[in-house]
Design a protein around this ligand. Structure first.
Ligand code: ATP
Ligand code: MG
Length: 749
C-alpha cells in the first residue's frame, strides 16, 4: 500500500474520505470543531500535491476575510503552492469578478462599493420628504431584497415590503446607482449572477478557470449567494461545501438553513459525509453547548464525541452587575496568566452579544494593563472624518460617484449651496453622468444660476482631486512643504491619500473639531493614511484599497505580535477557537437578545452553541443581577439558556437568582414571560413631551457613536427644548432639539 502523506496521517477515516472524495458534489455536514475547515484546507493542499491540480483553478469561499486569510495560511503551511489558490469571501469574490467583467453591467473597473450610509444618501437624492430613519429602513429592505435575489420586478418582492411604492423606489434606486457607476454590497453578489446568466462567454471563461470550488460555513449562505454558487459551477466543476446547521446565525441577513439541508437534492444527488469527532473542546464544554442547542426543534441533530477527554467543568458565575463582571473577568485572566505557565493573554477570549458591551471590559483592561484587541466592533470606517476621506479618494477614481461628491463638495464650506449643487448635477445627463464634466459644463453656463463664489469653490475642489490623480498617474510629482502638514505620509498610496486629505481642507476641518470637542479625528485620518501605505500609488492600488476597506470594515486592527486577550461579539467568533473563553452577559433581553421567540429564539440558541464551542479547555459563563440600561441599574433575569444547560456539568459560583434551577431541563422551549417593567419604564408612562412635540421622556434613540439610549429629561431653555439622553454604555448627552445631529435618530417602537 502506498505511504499516506504525513499531513493526512492525523485525519480520521471520514475526514480522509472527504479529502479523497471526487466526482459528485460533496456536502460535509458536521458539528463544531469536527475538523470541517481542516478538511477544506487539507483538500486544497492534497489536490495540488497529489493530484496535480493547478492552484489557480481552485476557489475556496468562506465567510469573513479573516477566515479566508487563515485558511490560506493553513493550506500554504502544507503546500506552499496553495498560495496560488483563490480564497475569498463571497463578496470579495464578487468584487474580483466585477473588476474583470463589470463592463457587462456598465461598471468601470474602478468602481467603489457603497455602504448602508451611501445607500441612504442615494435614496435621499431620489425621494423627497422622508426622514432619515425612514430612508434607512428602505435601504435595509433593498439590501434584504438583494440578499434574496429579488429585482424590482420580482413578484416575491412583496415578502419584503408589499407597497407598490417600495417597488418603484427600488427601481429608481437601481437607476440612480447605475448612473454613479458604483455598486452596493448586494450587487457584489447579484450582478455577477446576472452577468453569468446573460453572457455565456463570461460564464465559460469562469468555468474554465475554476475547476474546484469549496465553501466553508455553508450554513450561512443566503439565497443570492446560493445563486452565485450555482452560476460559478458548471457540470464539470467539483463542488464541496461544508457546514453545520446548528451554527446558522445569519438568518436575519437572509441565510437559509434549507440551503444546507437541501443541498443533496439541489446539486444532483450529492454525497454527504458526516464527521462525528470533536477535536477542539473537552467533553464538559461540549455537553453544555449541546444541552442548550438540543432545545431547538428545527435541527437535524448530530452525534459529536469529544476526543480530548472530560476536562474541567465550565464555570457559571452569578455577579452583581456589569462592573463586577468586568472586574471578575480581568482578575480571572490576570490570575491565570500570572499563575499558570500554560496560560497566555492570547489564549483568552471575552465574548459578548452586542458591541456596546465591549466598553466596560476595555476600561477595566486598560486600568489593569491587560493587553487586548477588539474584533468586529471598530466603527472606524463609519466615522465622519473617515467617510469624508474615503469619499474624496473614491471621487478620484470615479468621477461619476454622486454620493461621494455630495458628501465633500461643500465640506469644508466652499460656497457651493444646495441650489448650485443641484444645478451642477442637472448637467450630468449631458456629460455622460460624469460629475467633473458636469462641473465644467455648469461653469461654462455661468449665466444660469451658479454664483461666482460657488464656481470658484467647485474649481478649488476639482483642482485638489486632479492633483491627487496626477500623483497616481505619476504625470507630475507634487511637491509639498511638509512642515505645514497635519498628516505624515509614508509611502505608497499614503502619499496620495495624505496629500488629498490636506489639500481638500478636510484635515484642517476636522482638526478644528478636535480642538473644540477633544476628539481624535485627525489621529483617525492618520491611521487611514498609514493603512494606505500598504497599497500602490496607482489608480488600481487606490481602487484596491477602497475595496479592501469596504469588504473588511468589520475587522481590522493591526496585529503587532503581542499576546492579547480577544474581545469579540459572539457572531464574529464563527470558525475561531480559543483555549479559554468567557461568554458574558447571559441575561434575558441581552442574550437571548430582546424577547425573541420561536425561530428567532432558536437562532439565539445556535449563537450560544457557536460561542460555547469556541472553547478548547476552559469555558466560563457570566450573568449579572443588574445591568445599566439607559443609564439606570435595571434588574435582570438570568438567561433561559442557563436553565437549559445541563447543571450537573457546571460549577456555579456567586448567588444564583431566586428560583434558578439549571438541572430542570425543559423539554420544549418555553414561551417567555413579558419582561418585568422596570422603574424607568413605568415612569415613562407619565411621559413628558417637549414643547416642539418632537420628543418624549422614555423615547428610545440611537446614536451612531454611542449606540442605544433613552431620553431621560426634557428642559425648556431660551433656545427651545434641551434633551438629555442616557446611553446603554453609561454616557450622557445633552443637545438642543433644533440642533439634532444626523448621527442621531429616534427609534420607532
Ligand atoms: P467550526 O464548526 O467551529 O468551524 P470545524 O469543524 O471547522 O469547526 P476545525 O476548525 O477544522 O473544525 O477543527 C477544530 C480543531 O480540531 C482544530 O484545532 C483542528 O486542527 C483540530 N483537528 C481537526 N481534525 C483533527 C484530527 N483528525 N486530529 C487532531 N486534531 C484535529
Ligand atoms: Mg470551521
Amino acid at each position: 500500500m502506498n505511504e499516506i502523506p504525513y499531513y493526512l496521517q492525523d485525519l480520521n477515516p471520514e475526514q480522509r474520505d472527504a479529502v479523497f472524495h471526487e466526482g459528485k458534489p460533496l456536502l460535509i455536514l458536521a458539528g463544531a470543531g469536527s475538523g470541517k475547515t481542516r478538511v477544506v484546507t487539507t483538500k486544497i493542499a492534497y489536490l495540488i500535491r497529489e493530484k496535480g491540480v493547478n492552484p489557480r483553478s481552485i476557489l475556496a469561499v468562506t465567510f469573513t476575510n479573516k477566515a479566508a486569510r487563515e485558511m490560506a495560511e493553513r493550506a500554504a503551511a502544507i503546500e506552499s503552492a496553495a498560495a496560488g489558490a483563490m480564497l475569498r469571501t463571497f463578496h470579495s469574490f464578487g468584487a474580483w469578478f466585477l473588476r474583470r467583467n463589470g463592463e457587462y453591467a456598465g461598471l468601470s473597473s474602478n468602481f467603489v462599493i457603497y455602504d448602508d450610509d451611501d445607500m441612504v444618501t442615494i435614496l435621499g437624492s431620489i425621494i423627497e420628504g422622508k426622514k432619515k430613519n425612514e430612508l434607512k429602513l428602505i435601504a435595509k429592505q433593498i439590501a434584504r431584497a438583494k440578499d434574496y435575489f429579488f429585482t424590482p420586478e420580482s413578484a416575491e418582492l412583496s415578502f419584503i415590503n408589499h407597497s407598490g411604492e417600495f417597488r418603484k423606489i427600488y427601481a429608481q434606486y437601481e437607476e440612480a446607482l447605475r448612473k454613479t457607476g458604483n455598486v452596493d454590497f448586494g450587487d457584489l453578489i447579484k450582478k455577477p449572477v446576472e452577468i453569468l446568466r446573460e453572457n455565456p462567454g463570461a460564464a465559460e471563461r469562469l468555468h474554465s478557470r475554476f475547476r474546484v470550488v469549496m465553501v466553508d460555513e455553508y450554513q450561512d449562505a443566503n439565497v443570492a449567494q446560493f445563486e452565485l454558487l450555482k452560476a460559478i459551477c458548471s457540470p464539470e466543476t467539483y463542488l464541496c461545501v461544508v457546514g453545520d446547521d446548528d451554527q446558522s446565525i445569519y438568518r436575519f441577513r437572509g441565510a437559509e438553513v434549507k440551503n444546507i439541508l437541501e443541498f443533496p437534492q439541489r446539486f444532483g444527488g450529492a454525497d454527504v459525509i458526516r464527521l462525528e469527532k470533536n477535536y477542539r473542546s473537552t467533553a464538559h464544554i461540549l455537553d453544555i453547548a449541546d444541552s442548550v442547542v438540543r432545545h431547538n426543534a428545527g435541527r437535524l441533530g448530530k452525534k459529536l464525541s469529544a476526543e480530548r477527554g472530560t476536562g474541567t467543568k465550565p464555570m457559571l458565575a452569578f455577579l452583581s452587575d456589569q462592573d463586577s463582571e468586568a472586574r471578575e473577568c480581568a482578575a480571572l485572566i490576570d490570575n491565570s496568566v500570572r499563575t499558570k505557565k500554560t496560560s497566555a493573554y492570547s489564549d483568552w477570549a471575552v465574548l459578548y452579544r452586542t458591541n456596546a458591551q465591549s466598553l466596560g471590559f476595555e476600561n477595566e483592561f486598560l486600568r489593569r494593563k491587560i493587553p487586548y484587541r477588539i474584533v468586529g466592533s471598530l466603527k472606524f470606517y463609519e466615522r465622519e472624518e473617515i467617510k469624508d476621506a474615503l469619499a474624496l479618494l473614491s471621487f478620484v477614481v470615479n468621477t461619476k460617484d454622486e454620493v461621494s461628491f455630495r458628501r465633500v463638495i461643500n465640506k469644508p464650506a466652499r460656497g457651493v449651496g444646495a441650489a448650485a449643487l443641484e444645478r451642477i448635477l442637472s448637467e450630468r445627463a449631458a456629460a455622460d453622468w460624469d460629475i467633473e464634466a458636469a462641473c465644467e459644463r455648469s461653469g461654462a453656463l455661468s449665466a444660469t444660476g451658479i454664483s461666482v463664489k460657488a464656481r470658484a469653490g467647485v474649481n478649488t475642489f476639482i483642482e485638489s482631486i486632479n492633483r491627487a490623480r496626477k500623483i497616481l498617474l505619476a504625470v507630475e510629482s507634487v511637491k509639498r512643504d511638509n512642515s505645514h502638514c497635519i498628516l505624515k505620509a509614508a509611502q505608497g498610496l499614503s502619499c496620495c491619500a495624505a496629500g488629498l486629505i490636506e489639500d481638500s481642507g478636510i484635515a484642517k476641518y476636522h482638526r478644528a473639531r478636535d480642538e473644540i470637542n477633544g476628539e481624535t479625528r485627525v489621529a483617525n485620518l492618520q491611521e487611514l493614511v498609514n493603512n494606505a501605505a500598504l497599497y500602490e500609488a496607482t489608480p488600481e492600488g487606490l481602487a484596491d484599497f477602497l475595496e479592501r476597506i469596504a469588504l473588511d470594515r468589520a475587522i481590522e486592527q493591526q496585529e503587532d505580535g503581542e499576546p492579547r486577550v480577544t474581545l469579540i461579539t459572539v457572531h464574529n467568533t464563527k470558525g475561531l477557537e480559543f483555549h479559554r473563553v468567557i461568554m458574558t452577559g447571559l441575561e434575558q433581553g441581552l442574550f437571548p437578545r430582546d424577547d425573541k421567540e420561536g425561530d428567532d429564539l432558536e437562532e439565539e440558541r445556535r449563537l450560544f452553541y457557536v460561542g460555547a464551542t469556541r472553547a478548547m479547555d476552559e469555558l466560563y459563563l457570566t450573568s449579572c443581577a443588574y445591568r445599566r440600561m439607559f443609564g439606570q441599574a435595571t434588574p435582570m433575569r438570568s438567561s433561559i439558556f442557563l436553565e437549559e444547560a445541563d447543571g450537573s456539568k457546571l460549577r456555579i459560583v456567586g448567588t444564583p437568582p431566586y428560583g434558578f434551577n439549571p438541572a430542570a431541563l425543559r423539554h420544549s422551549a418555553p414561551k417567555q414571560a413579558a419582561p418585568k417593567e422596570t422603574e424607568g419604564q413605568s415612569a415613562a408612562i407619565k411621559r413628558k413631551t417637549s414643547s416642539d412635540g418632537r420628543w418624549q421622556i422614555g423615547d428610545r434613540v440611537f446614536n451612531e457613536d454611542y449606540g442605544y439610549g433613552e431620553i431621560t429629561a426634557i428642559n425648556e431653555g431660551n433656545e427651545g427644548p434641551v434633551i438629555t439622553v442616557c446611553y446603554e454604555n453609561g454616557r450622557r448627552q445633552r443637545f438642543l432639539s433644533r440642533a439634532q445631529s444626523s448621527r442621531f435618530m429616534k427609534i420607532k417602537d
